[in-house]
Ligand binder design. Structure first.
Ligand code: AMP
Ligand code: MG
Length: 471
């Protein structure tokens, strides 16, 4: 039996060179790890039927749904600054788009669903580790109020995946406003395929920026969304880890949770990813890379302009607006993190002062703000006269602790906790995954005896110093 899902895949109506129709490759023994029932419900899908054998077969790519036209999208991208003209969905298949009861259109994609025409040398599969990581981190990001793709389900496949070791295969069902990337535009611009470039642009305007009129307007809106997104990352200590242009979504959602990680101790130069040897995607470098990526987006739009020389000038100016939007957003959020209603020179000086002390003491980023919100002295500053002086000055501005509690998470997905749930998940025990997921998806709730262990920073021997792309 096949499920009936209300797919309406507008991408499949775009010019044929933009994608390849391809079915997921069946797997041996699908088993459900987790279904995100609230998300299913918000999409208008029946969670109960997704949990049945037919539902799990569908989530593993073993059976199709009526009306589905599965496809892999073509895209290109700059990876660590190096141009790659041919990437594309090498291990992901878009099952289709669904218009949710709230009227918003969403992609439903299987990640790890087998080979596609874009797989190059890859096997088209994912192993369990990155699937659990993306599930946990993307759902935590959503709970933290950060625009992001979501996780609808995770299944194990029953098939081995060959990496450095033999590992259990898994598939994530990812939901996104769309999977259109900067690299999608680059792909057609590089081929001088104006037909596809124009169709893609019109599609993006209709789908994500219906109020935009013209290329400059579109670019300005995309720049603003990315600037605000990256300011949010900064405010919670999130490091994406692989901000290649193919991993930057035009919708303004965080996408592609590979070697991502959260700061434990505050350090603007922090890098976790094993493949980021130059620190290109370091925590403090993310706004600069955002600008770099958006400049590639602007470049890809130029061929569509009537007057290309004038467009280059205008687009350059728009890209330069990123810094002000980012700064203003960051200042506003950091003022709120300190319980101050509006940003001002004072709030900025207080934020800078605290960050300086945090860097000097190696203080935990999340726990410092969480403790302040809870009216406590942050653990790393217990006997610091410098901190006491800062605190006196800060308290003189009557911080609003309720605002702080709404703004500063008590808990984030810590790298060492994610590693731990992956290690036991590989052995078939998903209880720690569930417990961690529960804790990090209620980040602003006061800690309980059940959730408190997940909020703790790593012991020296638990410290994660490197994350791996995990493909
Ligand atoms: P990522 O590093 O996950 O952003 O992927 C970069 C590119 O490599 C994308 O085109 C992916 O589809 C492709 N890719 C990553 N892993 C695999 C895999 N196991 N099999 C095929 N393609 C892959
Ligand atoms: Mg990617």
């Amino acid at each position: 039996m096949t499920l009936t899902l209300p797919f309406d895949t507008s991408y499949a109506r775009l010019p044929a060179q933009m994608y390849s129709f391809v079915d997921p490759t069946p797997v041996s023994k699908p088993a459900l790890i987790k279904l995100n029932s609230p998300l299913a419900q918000s999409l208008g899908l029946d969670a109960t039927s997704l949990r049945t054998e037919d539902g799990v077969a569908f989530l593993a790519g073993n059976s199709s749904a009526d009306g589905a036209t599965p496809l892999a999208q073509a895209y290109a991208g700059h990876q660590f600054g190096q141009w790659n003209p041919q990437l594309g969905d090498g291990r992901a298949v878009l099952l289709g788009e669904i218009v949710a009861p709230n009227g918003h259109r969403f992609d439903v994609q299987l990640k790890g669903a087998g080979r596609t025409p874009y797989s190059r040398m890859g096997d088209g599969r994912a192993w369990l580790g990155p699937v659990l990581r993306e599930y946990i981190v993307s759902e935590a990001m959503f709970a933290l109020g950060v625009p992001t793709t979501r996780a609808l389900a995770a299944v194990t496949t029953g098939d081995p995946v060959y990496r450095d070791a033999i590992l259990p295969g898994a598939i994530l069902t990812r939901v996104a406003s769309s999977h259109i990337r900067v690299g999608t535009f680059q792909y057609f611009a590089a081929r001088q395929d104006i037909e596809a470039l124009r169709a893609l642009t019109d599609h993006v305007v209709t789908r994500h920026y219906p109020h935009c009129n013209g290329l400059a307007d579109l670019l300005r809106s995309v720049v603003a969304r990315q600037a605000k997104l990256i300011a949010k990352w900064t405010s919670i200590g999130f490091i994406h880890g692989v901000m290649n242009t193919d991993n930057m979504a035009i919708s303004g959602e965080t996408i592609d949770y590979g070697p991502c990680a959260f700061l434990d101790e505050y350090d603007a130069g922090k890098v976790f990813s094993s493949i980021d040897r130059q620190g290109r995607y370091a925590y403090g470098n993310q706004p600069r890379i955002g600008v770099w990526n958006l400049a590639q987006f602007a470049t890809a739009l130029v061929p569509l302009a009537d007057d290309q020389a004038a467009a280059v000038e205008e687009f350059t100016q728009i890209i330069n607006e990123f810094a002000d939007i980012y700064d203003s957003e960051r200042r506003t959020i950091f003022a709120a993190k300190l319980g101050l209603n509006a940003s001002s020179e004072t709030s900025e000086a207080l934020a800078e002062g605290l960050l300086r002390l945090m860097a000097q003491y190696g203080a935990d980023f999340t726990l410092t703000f969480a403790a302040l919100a809870n009216g406590k002295i942050p653990p790393d500053f217990e006997s610091s006269p410098e901190f006491s002086a800062w605190e006196r000055e800060w308290r003189a501005h009557n911080p609003d602790l309720e605002l702080m509690c709404r703004t500063n998470p008590q808990i984030i997905p810590r790298n060492h906790q994610i590693e731990r749930v992956i290690q036991v998940g590989v052995k078939g025990d998903f209880k720690p995954f569930e417990a961690l997921l529960d804790a990090v998806t209620s980040p602003f709730t006061p800690l309980t005896p059940d959730t408190a262990p997940f909020a703790a920073p790593p012991e020296p021997q638990q410290r994660v110093t490197q994350t791996f792309c995990g493909t």
